[in-house]
Ligand binder design. Structure first.
Ligand SMILES: [Zn+2]
Ligand SMILES: [Zn+2]
Length: 271
């Protein structure tokens, strides 16, 4: 299995996942053009994308959807509660949409397990993708991490997890209204660096060692701040970065690390 984030943050999200016979995206929130360019950068022909799995209807997750689907005829999977809201923003061909309920299903050779997150959208899901025991999970856009989400993500090989903001930077940010700060900090907002570390701590107990800090705010956080906040918190909990777990970061404007999972115990970073 191979997985690579194509871009992550409030200006657009998309992640590429590949098994033996499936090539899929989670979200298409960059422009269709950028998704195409970044797929080509990692050697993937956009035409070969079999499906796009949508997390929720916020623009930073579906911005390029209509154009991409129009150009490549890709299937779109989403929770049934998101269909109307997605169609309001992106008039995609209804026939391309496949709805699911909150239960696992098979797509080609991948077992897909959607799980509920807590966000101020109509509905929001994270995903776990399992191919022959190799497992990748993605959970961003959530005010807190529900215990069921942690349960589903347990034993993953790679977890992309939201590390949205440093709480002090957010509270000190004068360009944000009190309302916006409250929204981000609420149970239906975004996960802070410290909350993220606490989830990593739990998932590390199940043996997951590779994490990618995602949806990092460019106003109330930086890649370096997120990394050091998470590293310090984990250290205080007895988990050492670089030994017990490996923390990578996702970027808004560039393609992230390509991870290749070969079997349960040998994770190889390509580039
Ligand atoms: Zn959102
Ligand atoms: Zn988002």
């Amino acid at each position: 299995m191979r997985v690579c984030n194509l871009g992550s943050g409030s200006r657009g999200n998309a992640t590429y996942i590949e098994s033996e016979s499936a090539k899929v995206l989670v979200d298409c929130g960059l422009s269709a053009n950028q998704v195409e360019i970044r797929l080509k950068l990692i050697g993937v022909n956009p035409q070969e994308i079999d499906a796009i799995f949508i997390t929720h209807e916020h623009s930073d997750h579906i911005n390029g959807l209509k154009q991409f689907v129009k150009k490549f005829g890709t299937k779109i999977f989403m929770h049934y509660l998101n269909v109307e809201a997605v169609l309001e923003k992106q008039e995609v061909d209804y026939n391309k949409i496949i709805c699911f309920k909150l239960e696992e299903f098979l797509f080609k050779d991948i077992i897909v397990t959607p799980f509920e997150l807590s966000h101020d959208s109509v509905y929001c899901v994270g995903y776990s993708f399992n191919f022959c025991g190799q497992r990748v999970s993605i959970a961003t856009d959530t005010g807190y991490m529900p215990s069921k989400a942690i349960e589903v993500m347990m034993y993953s090989d790679v977890v992309f997890i939201e590390s949205n903001h440093n709480e002090l930077l957010l509270l000190k940010n004068e360009s944000y209204t009190a309302y916006l700060k409250k929204r981000i900090l609420s149970n239906k907002g975004h996960l802070s660096n410290l909350d993220c570390a606490d989830v990593i701590f739990k998932l590390a107990q199940g043996g997951t060692s590779q994490f990618v800090l995602s949806h990092i705010s460019d106003k109330n956080n930086t890649q370096d701040v997120a990394f050091s906040d998470v590293k310090e918190r984990l250290s205080s909990l007895g988990i050492e970065e670089g030994k017990d777990v490996f923390i990578d970061v996702a970027y808004q404007d560039k393609v992230g690390t390509m991870f290749e999972i070969r079997n349960k115990d040998s994770l190889v970073e390509n580039y």
